[in-house]
Design a protein around this ligand. Structure first.
Ligand code: NDP
Length: 316
């Protein structure tokens, strides 16, 4: 397959990618956007979004991403299915391989590859994958109607998952390793006051059991202390909501990453360690990770790509 030469390549279709697409399309960079594993990114699997400005009644992740996608299309973004599987950023124009076979050379690259859900690292997670272990309540919660489930984590995601599941399940356990929830005040209050949610503080997950799918979780309270206590709860599903890892692996040899694997950018910009390569959204954001901050950084990346092109004479 031949090499396609373009001015602007955007990888990823979350709020950062689509916002960068809107700005670069309007600046006539004729961007090509590859959607990645999940068209619309992580947000399509999010139930309600109450804190994205402009939606006083809230919206759903799917509706928000559909709006952004249609807005990018309206200005002519070339949106394609496909995953960036390799790259050569040793020289400009930069080379990106899509799906292991298609080669693109681009003058500017906007990386919006987001992040992926973390797992606990227990062997049982893979054993029961698709049979009781999930990282997405909105995707899989339906299968647990009227049953008991557990959610692991103490942040906003875990609270959101627990509350979503409480609308379907008979009972929801929230397994929190510390003695407090890290989540924002409003989410904490909702979880603590929900009659179907029981929060198990100071509790870690040891494993799962069940012959035909998950039947329960083995837990330990006050792990490593004199008062350590092992116990089990009967549940049909375990939902993991313990954070995310940035999807930066293919760029590791070319760009500066921090110790967590997030792409380092120049403070206040989306500029990476290479000229003409920009990173926006969760892949470069260990701190905020909000849809609106991702969209904001996508906007900055789009403007920076346009400025970069305007001072270089590209023949594309
Ligand atoms: P966070 O990093 O905020 O929280 C992760 C949680 O998982 C923490 O409670 C952490 O525990 C726990 N955890 C991590 N590793 C383990 C482990 N091995 N075993 C047990 N527990 C573990 O991630 P979130 O995904 O919740 O949130 C990410 C960002 O997205 C945040 O900025 C959040 O505010 C935002 N967000 C906002 C939402 C909203 O506003 N509606 C919804 C969802 C996310 P510990 O506290 O002990 O470290």
């Amino acid at each position: 397959m031949g090499t396609e030469r373009i001015k602007c390549l955007i990888i990823g279709s979350g709020p950062a990618g689509y916002t960068a697409a809107i700005y670069t399309s309007r600046a006539n960079l004729k961007p090509v956007l590859y959607e990645g594993f999940q068209s619309g990114g992580q947000l399509v699997a999010t139930s309600e979004i109450e804190n994205f400005p402009g939606y006083p009644e809230g919206t759903t992740g799917f509706a928000l991403m559909d709006d952004l996608r249609r807005q990018a299309l309206r200005f002519g973004t070339d949106i394609r299915p496909g995953i960036a599987t390799g790259c050569d950023l040793s020289r400009s124009p930069y080379g990106i391989t899509i799906d292991g076979e298609k080669h693109i050379e681009t003058e500017t690259l906007i990386i919006c590859t987001g992040s992926s859900a973390k797992y606990l690292g227990l062997p049982d997670e893979s054993k029961y994958s698709g049979r009781g272990v999930s990282t997405c309540a909105t995707c899989d919660g339906f299968f647990y109607r009227g049953k008991s489930v557990a959610v692991v984590g103490g942040g906003d995601s875990a609270c959101q998952e627990a509350l979503y599941l409480a609308g379907l399940a008979e009972k929801v356990y929230l397994i929190v390793r510390k003695d407090h929830l890290r989540a924002s005040g409003i989410m904490r209050d909702r979880v603590m006051n929900h009659p179907l949610v029981e929060v198990l503080f100071n509790t870690n997950t040891l494993g799962l059991f069940g012959d035909d799918g998950v039947r329960g979780v083995r837990l330990v309270r006050f792990m490593g202390e004199l008062r350590e206590e092992k116990f089990e709860i009967g549940v049909s599903g375990l939902f993991l909501a313990i954070g995310h890892s940035p999807n930066s692996g293919i760029f590791r040899d070319y760009l500066d990453l921090d110790e967590g694997g997030y792409i380092r950018t120049v403070l206040g910009t989306t500029r990476t360690s290479l000229p003409g390569v920009f990173a926006a959204g969760d892949v470069a954001d260990p701190s905020y990770r909000q849809a609106v901050t991702a969209a904001g950084s996508g906007c900055i990346a789009g403007i920076e790509a346009e400025r970069y092109c305007s001072v270089h004479d590209f023949s594309v």
